[in-house]
Design a protein around this ligand. Structure first.
Ligand code: HEM
Length: 154
């Protein structure tokens, strides 16, 4: 179960990133060209929020069963700034929960925004900040915080 969740959580990170980038891009285009906030834009907003919620659920489940979170295993001397245990136990979960909250608030505010321009602006602001936080908190192969592969396979 742990391996399956880890693979799904790793793969879904690409969906989170692609949906965020795509929605930010179309909203930037819409805002610049003063377009109407269409059904397509709205679906992209909704889908992006849903994908991030799925990632949150996968992450929470992983958090409960991960040996890295449970045990502070002594690590081989490395260049990481924090131990993997601390990173996943505190930093990763906090930053990622914050980013999903930002996406959720942004998504809800967009629904209530009165003008099309304001809808585009709201998505742009909240989703961009969330993207930045996510990029920092992902354990990239080049991250100084924790190192994980780009892809995991079954
Ligand atoms: C947008 C949100 C998130 C993204 C993009 C993300 C991304 C990732 C990535 C890329 C990994 C490395 C997977 C691998 O080893 O191949 C990872 C690991 C992990 N994530 Fe997340 N994550 C997110 C949210 C969360 C949340 C909210 C939690 C906890 C509630 C969480 C808990 C974990 C844990 C525990 C691991 C490491 C498990 C282990 O190695 O044993 N993640 N995450």
């Amino acid at each position: 179960m742990y391996q399956i969740l880890l693979i799904l959580h790793s793969l879904n990170r690409w969906l989170v990133l692609m949906s965020l980038l795509f929605t930010i891009y179309i909203c930037w285009q819409g805002y610049r060209s003063k377009k109407v906030f269409s059904g397509f834009d709205n679906t992209a907003r909704h889908l992006t929020a849903t994908i991030s919620h799925i990632q949150l659920l996968l992450g929470l489940y992983l958090y409960m069963i991960s040996p890295i979170v449970k045990f502070n295993v002594a690590e081989v001397e490395g260049t990481a700034l924090v131990s993997e245990h601390l990173f996943f136990r505190l930093a990763h979960i906090s930053l990622m929960v914050i980013s999903v909250v930002l996406i959720t608030i942004g998504s809800a505010k967009t629904k209530r925004a009165e003008s099309d321009q304001l809808k585009f602006k709201t998505v742009l602001l909240w989703f961009s900040i969330a993207l930045l936080v996510i990029l920092i908190a992902i354990p990239w192969p080049f991250s100084p915080l924790a190192i994980r592969p780009y892809f995991r396979s079954f």
